[in-house]
Design a protein around this ligand. Structure first.
Ligand code: NAD
Length: 242
């Protein structure tokens, strides 16, 4: 059943690095991006952090500074509009650690891979917002101990956040949309299978076919800043005409 034939009650939207690419945050694959200068095993694993905490802090300090310089793009704004105006529920599940969805106005959002602008104390578990630099010497604002702070992001080998909640939302969704994600990082890459098996209509919006493209009913390829606003416009119009 195509989107134009119905109004959806529960929409789950999975977003990945591709939705923020046009804002100037490089994806894993973008040439010249930060990810080309660093090895994933060094900066995105608990082992890498134990080996070289200062270097890992420097990497995330740089990413935080870069994030504060960029702005949401029309794709982020379109999803915020969908949440505000659509008659059904809209939940954004993002793999992105940036805060561009929130800055565009999205409220109902789960960050499954954590948030770049948050830091966690491994000594006392305190999670807090941090826009500035962090080092191995920075004390925790709650327990006062230095040396325990780490980025509040999910590294390879760690369990993503909010999984039970996400799984329940996928099983109840009647529309699942994946935007700007390569379909190579699990468990997010498997969400389409859960949603489809539970009866959701599944749409992929990406620059190119993802690794799991075959599981979607419908595909639209192009830059997110163009195809996401068009798709949202269509959903809102269909809901109005229904
Ligand atoms: P990925 O880098 O593996 O894939 C990005 C996908 O987006 C690709 O399929 C690419 O074709 C597509 N894409 C690129 N530019 C696009 C555009 N303008 N419009 C639409 N699609 C575009 O990213 P992923 O699937 O999110 O990979 C997962 C991991 O990358 C996650 O763990 C995430 O935390 C991490 N990551 C996040 C950010 C961020 O927070 N902004 C940036 C880089 C990587």
């Amino acid at each position: 059943m195509r989107p134009k034939d119905r109004v959806f009650k529960k929409i789950v939207i999975l977003t990945g690095a591709g939705i923020s690419a046009e804002s100037g945050i490089p994806t894993f694959r973008d040439p010249g991006g930060l990810w080309e200068k660093y090895r994933l095993e060094d900066v995105a694993t608990p082992e890498g952090f134990r080996r070289q905490p200062e270097m890992v802090h420097a990497f995330y300090n740089q990413r935080r500074r870069d994030l504060l310089k960029v702005k949401p793009n029309p794709a982020h704004y379109a999803l915020a509009r969908l949440e505000r105006e659509y008659p059904g529920q809209v939940l954004v599940v993002t793999q992105n650690v940036d805060d561009l969805h929130e800055r565009a106005g999205t409220k109902n959002i789960l960050h499954m891979h954590g948030e770049l602008l948050k830091v966690r104390c491994e000594e006392c578990g305190h999670v807090f917002r941090e826009e500035g630099d962090v080092s191995v010497k920075t004390p925790c604002p709650k327990c006062g101990r230095p040396g325990g702070l780490r980025p509040h992001v999910v590294w390879f080998g760690e369990l993503p956040f909010h999984l039970p909640e996400i799984e329940m939302a996928l099983k109840q969704a009647d529309l699942f949309v994946a935007i700007g994600t390569s379909g190579t990082v699990y468990p997010a890459a498997g969400f389409v299978v859960i949603a489809r098996r539970s009866g959701a209509y599944c749409v992929e919006l990406n620059l190119e076919p993802s690794a799991v493209a075959e599981y979607f009913h419908e595909h639209r390829y192009g830059p997110a800043s163009k195809i996401v606003p068009l798709f949202v416009e269509e959903l809102l119009k269909n809901a109005k005409d229904f």
